[in-house]
Structures are given as structure tokens and as C-alpha cells.
Design a protein around this ligand. Structure first.
Ligand code: 5GP
Ligand code: ZN
Length: 136
């Protein structure tokens, strides 16, 4: 299924042009229009899935294998020192385009980026409570 008003459906299926690094029947890999670093790319499934919860298992496997392949190739060609694989789900988590995508963000020494979270604090009791909440 494709979604009529979804910009990533249009890009993934070639209706809107993009700087495409790779394409097959299921995915298109494009350069991000507002890159965090040189080579920041996005893996887009051609079908519309809003987020990781909607993504079928076989597509999830395909996406991670493609991410691995692209990261290795880009790392070599761009001479990156590291890589962040980022995937946001929901507005609160920073998702702005509601069509599943992986961010492939090559990292370079002194690139000025900070793709991290602020470490918090928690007690052992709180950790135990959270563990129980998830596992019970
Ligand atoms: P999100 O915030 O949803 O995880 O990431 C959306 C990403 O899509 C952002 O990094 C943004 O720069 C990128 N983006 C949004 N619109 C376009 C577009 O029209 N073309 C391309 N190439 N990237 C886009
Ligand atoms: Zn879409």
C-alpha cells in the first residue's frame, strides 16, 4: 500500500526525484535533504508503513541487512570514522515523517554532531519496578 499524501511514498517510488544511492524492488536509499553529516542517508521501504510497529518482520530483516551493507560501503567510500543507525517512532521520539525509515549517519572526528541522550539517574528499586513492568 502507498499513502496518497506521504512524501516518502512519493520519493521511494520515484514520483519525486531524490539523490538515490541504491534501489531494489522493496527499498530506496536516498541522501537526506538536511544532513546531520556528509552522506547522511535514509532507507525507505517502497510500501507505506508508518513506523516499526507496522513494518512486517521480513521487511524489518531486509531493512537491517540493507543498512549493514550500505554502512559498510559508505564507510569505506566516505572514509567515515563511525556510524549512527537511528530510527525514530512517533512525534515524541522525534519522528517528523510518518513513513518508516532508517537514518544512516556517517560520523567523522570533529563533525560537531552529538547524536546521544542525556544520561539520567535511577535507583535499583526503580530499575526493578521497570523490569517487572516490562517482563510481567
Ligand atoms: P525523522 O525526523 O522522521 O526521523 O526524519 C525525517 C528525515 O527526513 C529528516 O532527516 C529530514 O531532513 C528528511 N527529509 C524530510 N523531507 C525530505 C525530502 O523531501 N527529501 C529528503 N531527501 N529528505 C527529507
Ligand atoms: Zn509513505
Amino acid at each position: 500500500m502507498r499513502k496518497e499524501d506521504c512524501i516518502f511514498c512519493k520519493i521511494a517510488n520515484g514520483e519525486i526525484p531524490s539523490k538515490t544511492l541504491y534501489e531494489d524492488e522493496q527499498f530506496r536509499v536516498i541522501l537526506d535533504i538536511s544532513p546531520a553529516t556528509k552522506g547522511h542517508a535514509l532507507i525507505l521501504p517502497k510500501e507505506h508503513y508508518a513506523n516499526i510497529y507496522e513494518l512486517p518482520e521480513e521487511k524489518a530483516v531486509g531493512a537491517i541487512l540493507l543498512a549493514k551493507k550500505m554502512m559498510a560501503e559508505m564507510s569505506e567510500k566516505l572514509k567515515a570514522d563511525g556510524f549512527n543507525l537511528v530510527q525514530n517512532n512517533g512525534e515524541t521520539a522525534g519522528q517528523t515523517v510518518m513513513h518508516f525509515h532508517f537514518h544512516l549517519i556517517p560520523r567523522y572526528q570533529e563533525d560537531g554532531q552529538h547524536i546521544m541522550w542525556k544520561p539520567g539517574t535511577v535507583t535499583q528499586d526503580e530499575l526493578e519496578g521497570i523490569k517487572n513492568l516490562i517482563t510481567e
